[in-house]
Design a protein around this ligand. Structure first.
Ligand code: THU
Length: 161
């Protein structure tokens, strides 16, 4: 028996330290928090996907009185991007959270289901998708969605040798 350490590379930075295009994507995710439909949790999440051709597709969380029928901002956004531009790769995804009258100071942390959908998007286009998690005090930038989901399950896992 031996212990295995699983490491993840992530860059911690502030908004000012990002490139102008990354900053623009984060600003869009922040703006999208205001479009969240979250009368139950009051937790506003915004996401913005940068497509390989420069277009930005954005979304927010959409709740429902039948709670499980709602959807997170990240999946709303990625499904919209993939549904409308199925042949255009998603190069980057930015996420921001707003609650109690302010953006969270800690970086947004996507739920497991959203991480799985990010991974599928990345695999679908065969190239890493950058993921930017906004926080008022610190942001985290991952070079690949796979880094957010160690020991992940993908189409490769379905192969029978
Ligand atoms: N939420 C997201 O939009 N993204 C996540 O990754 C985590 C949670 C939403 C779902 C729900 O509307 C609210 O935040 C509280 O869980």
């Amino acid at each position: 028996m031996k212990e295995v350490i699983v490491e993840t590379k992530v860059t911690a930075c502030t908004l000012d330290e990002m490139s102008p295009s990354m900053r623009q994507l984060v600003e869009k995710a922040k703006a999208m928090t205001q479009n969240a439909y979250c009368p139950y949790s009051h937790y506003h999440v915004g996401a913005a996907a940068l497509l390989a051709d420069g277009q930005i597709v954005a979304g927010s969380n959409q709740e429902n009185a039948a709670y499980p029928s709602g959807l997170c901002a990240e999946r709303t956004t990625l499904f919209a991007a993939n549904a409308n531009y199925p042949n255009t790769r998603v190069a980057a995804l930015a996420i921001a959270c707003y609650t109690n009258g302010h953006f969270t100071k800690d970086a947004a942390s996507p739920c497991g289901a959203c991480r799985q959908v990010m991974l599928e998007t990345e695999h679908r286009y065969g190239q890493p998708m950058q993921v930017i998690l906004y926080g008022d005090e610190v942001c985290y930038v991952f070079d690949s969605a796979a880094d957010l989901l160690p020991m992940h399950f993908t189409a490769d896992s379905l192969k029978t040798e």
